[in-house]
Design a protein around this ligand. Structure first.
Ligand SMILES: C[S@@+](CC[C@H](N)C(=O)[O-])C[C@H]1O[C@@H](n2cnc3c(N)ncnc32)[C@H](O)[C@@H]1O
Length: 259
């Protein structure tokens, strides 16, 4: 069984389900933007209120607390730099839960925590990163790489920088394009950020990226924009399948026993 803390749309869980795990996800919100939402058992509960002893039977724990507090402070703006240090409470809670789970199990239960690069000044150096997904905790020694991709002008496809083939292997959300109501959302690592593109390290880049000219009333527009924004943010925060599956494989009991 895998425990997915701050499970969101269930990026981690998708990888673990594919490897045959049972999964339980914890979140304070049910995220469903039309594609079914979290794909396993969802418990709506604040992670801060969890006691790890309830996870004594877990094989491993994965966690992705919200990144906005860290992302914003990493922005090159005076206002962001002037903010007080962010709270690490949610980050620290993951390690507390792991300690409690391990103590109750009488054996070590591994934990992998994911967040953004901008978290490093506050929580210490990450052990690895997969595109813009930075990892702390029990990160396996052998980890997959991502490839940089570049945007193919005039299209929503990205090409593999090495092969130039359209689409590429599309391995990281850092290079994923997500279309939301006619709006392209994505980042171009190394290539800068296009106007109107949402960045995982920030929340918004470029001017008026939701566009304008909607005929609806202001209120309706505001609510549809905020749900589009939420859907986009949830999609961008979602752990890429190859990363989730790799971690799931590494901690799979049969594999661990052979190793
Ligand atoms: C970065 S997203 C997780 C993304 C997820 N790993 C995925 O692959 O889709 C963070 C999630 O934490 C949830 N959240 C925020 N504060 C929480 C809390 N105190 N307890 C539980 N969930 C929380 C948010 O609703 C959001 O879904």
């Amino acid at each position: 069984m895998a425990i997915d803390l701050f499970c969101g749309l269930g990026g981690w869980t998708e990888g673990f389900l594919a490897e045959g795990y049972d999964c339980i996800g914890f979140d304070i919100e049910r995220h469903d933007y039309g594609s079914g939402g979290y794909p396993a058992q969802l418990v709506l509960q604040d992670v801060l209120t969890l006691h790890g002893s309830q996870f004594r039977d877990a094989t491993c724990i994965v966690a992705s607390r919200p990144c906005q507090a860290y992302s914003y402070r990493a922005m090159p703006w005076k206002r962001a730099k002037a903010l007080p240090p962010p709270s690490n409470e949610l980050f620290d809670a993951c390690f507390r839960i792991q300690r409690e789970a391990s103590a109750a199990a009488g054996q070590y239960i591994p934990l992998v925590v994911e967040n953004v690069k901008g978290a490093q000044p506050w929580v210490g150096r990450a052990a690895w990163h997969y595109g813009s997904f930075y990892l702390w905790g029990d990160v396996p020694a052998l980890m997959p790489h991502t490839f940089r991709t570049v945007k193919v002008e005039g299209s929503n496809f990205h090409s593999h920088e090495k092969t130039g083939k359209p689409g590429g292997s599309f391995q990281s959300a850092a290079v994923e394009g997500v279309k939301v109501s006619g709006l392209a959302v994505g980042t171009f690592p190394g290539g800068g950020l296009a106007q109107g593109y949402l960045d995982r390290e920030g929340t918004k880049n470029g001017k008026d990226w939701f566009g304008s000219g909607d005929n609806c009333s202001l209120q309706r527009r505001a609510s549809s924009l905020s749900s589009a924004r939420k859907a986009a943010s949830a999609q961008i925060a979602k752990i890429p399948f190859p990363l989730a599956q790799h971690i799931a494989r590494c901690f799979k009991p049969e594999v661990a026993n052979v190793a």
